[in-house]
Write a protein that binds this ligand. Structure first.
Ligand code: GDP
Ligand code: MG
Length: 164
């Protein structure tokens, strides 16, 4: 049974893009509209000597009562329940939002180790500044990454690796 890494975060932060980057696939649907990935999607990947599965989730939204959102939230919770680690993806260009805070608070109550990926950090210098804003989520070190460019994902996976 392969270890599972759950990708968690509010819609549009780049979860599906990051999943595609981490797995070398193009199966996770990337979309400009929020809330497009509605089901869980497992993709095989490996880092160093370990195989693992990445599960994309539809994004947790706690402050919205559109009809399909409770379902997405349930998917995310289910994904987390079977995961050895979670990557919490946030948007480095918007900075921390109220939804990020809520998700972070929920994640801090879970027993699964959480790694914070600050996505959309294409510029190395600015990425460090953008990432530093997310220390306030109380989830430890924020890792600047770019799902589009692929930068930073090695450091992120090095951090997750002990969980495999
Ligand atoms: P999801 O809803 O969290 O799965 O987000 P998506 O992967 O569908 O991406 C949402 C939007 O963010 C799309 O327009 C992507 O092109 C954009 N995006 C994703 N990753 C990056 C990134 O690393 N840098 C930038 N600048 N944009 C990104
Ligand atoms: Mg998605």
């Amino acid at each position: 049974k392969l270890p599972i890494v759950a990708i968690i975060g509010r819609p549009n932060v780049g979860k599906s893009t990051l999943v595609n980057r981490l797995t070398g696939s193009r199966n996770a649907i990337v979309h400009d509209e929020a809330g497009i990935t509605r089901d869980r999607l497992y993709e095989p990947s490996f880092w160093r000597d370990r195989d693992f599965l990445v599960v994309d989730t539809g994004g947790i939204v706690f402050d919205d009562d559109s009809e399909f959102l409770p379902e997405i939230r349930q998917q995310a919770m289910l994904a987390l329940s079977e995961a050895v680690a979670a990557i919490f993806v946030v948007d480095g260009q918007t900075g921390p939002t109220a939804s990020d805070e809520e998700i972070a608070e929920w994640l801090r109550q879970q027993s699964v180790p959480v790694f914070l990926a600050v996505n959309k950090c294409e510029s190395p210098e600015q990425g460090l500044i953008q990432a530093a804003e997310f220390w306030e989520l109380g989830l430890g070190e924020p890792y600047p990454v770019s799902g589009i460019h692929g930068s930073g994902t090695g450091d992120l996976l090095d951090a997750v690796y002990p969980c495999f």
